[in-house]
Ligand binder design. Structure first.
Ligand code: PBG
Length: 327
């Protein structure tokens, strides 16, 4: 045994103090973006069945929700609208009407909590009767026709006071179109957080219940990416950088940490990992069964996203995590 040569890595793990000295990655509450679902109506607070702890709330519940978010020290929220079925139409007009759900929620938050960074999710799927993220004609999702509606949506959200526009619909050229539209309307200073690398993923299942935005026919595979592809992520991110994006989102996060790292290594914009609904639901379900320890798993999962290169994380766990970090 005496002449064995090896390294003693365990030296740096021997005590909690030593481990703290060499810890490479930290999760901060400043990294967190909390998603909020605004539902039409009054006095409505529906727990999403497949996402325990996540609620669709009407505007009258927003202030209480934001008080919690703000007192926990979460710097930012991303807003989704959940309109009534009968208010949806082919053109998704609810997405860009002046008194839309996201627009009204934005106004309310910016009035009561001006320091909170409000991110508006810019998409049509929650507002279209067919549930697709763009204009549909003969069963096809049209690209350029959809851009016009997205630009209208982005401008109406900026008018309402949104601090960041986050287009998620995966039409080609959406960053270029929205950037130009915002600039023309006088919103040169509003950044675009692009869902640059968004895969067609079964992990969005519970979100479609939360936002009531499942496609009524077909799927999203003609606009969202094939999960088998990596180089395509470079192309998507590069286009968005060239078109003027200010942040790059990779979505989903957990099964795509290699892509998060690729985007971090190859571009200089802040990288945002979207810890999506299915990633949340899996952990909730297992924790409710007593099969895993929720807090440990969540901290490990989100820290791994930061280790992979995420600067920011959109997560339904934001309030829990901020609470744990504050303790
Ligand atoms: C809308 C949108 C979706 C999500 C965010 N924005 C659904 C989809 O693209 O099908 C998913 C978020 C989640 O699963 O948490 N385009």
């Amino acid at each position: 045994m005496n002449n064995l040569q090896f390294n003693r890595h365990r030296r740096l793990r021997n005590t909690a103090g030593m481990r703290a000295l060499v810890r490479e990655t930290y999760l901060h509450k400043e990294d967190l973006i909390y998603p909020i679902f605004i539902i039409d109506g009054n006095g409505v607070k529906n727990e999403v069945t497949s996402m325990p702890g996540v609620f669709q709330i009407s505007l009258d519940y927003l202030k209480a929700e934001m008080e919690e978010v703000s007192s926990l020290g979460i710097p930012s929220v991303i807003l989704f609208g959940v309109p009534h079925e009968h208010d949806k139409d082919e053109q998704g007009t609810g997405a860009y009407c002046h008194n839309g759900l996201v627009q009204e929620a934005t106004r309310q938050i910016k009035k009561d909590f001006p320091e909170i960074v409000v991110i508006a999710d810019t998409c049509l799927c929650e507002y279209t009767s067919h549930g697709h993220c763009g204009v549909v004609e003969n069963g096809k999702i049209l690209n350029d026709e959809s851009l016009e509606l997205l630009v209208k949506t982005a401008i109406s959200q900026a008018e309402a006071g949104a601090d960041i526009i986050a287009p998620s619909n995966m039409m080609d050229g959406f960053v270029a179109a929205i950037r130009a539209g915002l600039d023309e309307a006088g919103y040169q200073d509003i950044p675009v957080m692009s869902y640059a690398v968004k895969y067609a993923s079964a992990f969005y299942g519970p979100f479609r219940e939360a936002a009531n935005g499942a496609p009524q026919f077909g799927d999203r595979k003609t606009y969202q990416m094939d999960y088998a592809n990596r180089l395509e992520a470079f192309r998507e991110a590069e286009s968005d950088v060239n078109e003027g994006a200010d942040f790059l989102i990779v979505k989903p996060a957990l099964s795509y940490l290699d892509i998060v790292r690729d985007v971090k290594n190859n571009f200089t914009l802040p990288v945002v990992a979207y810890n999506v609904s299915g990633e949340y639901s899996m952990i909730k379900a297992a924790a409710q069964n007593g099969w895993i320890d929720e807090k440990s798993i969540v901290m490990e999962m989100l820290t791994s996203m930061k280790r992979a290169g995420a600067d920011l994380i959109i997560t339904y766990f934001a309030k829990d995590v901020a609470g744990w970090l504050n303790d």
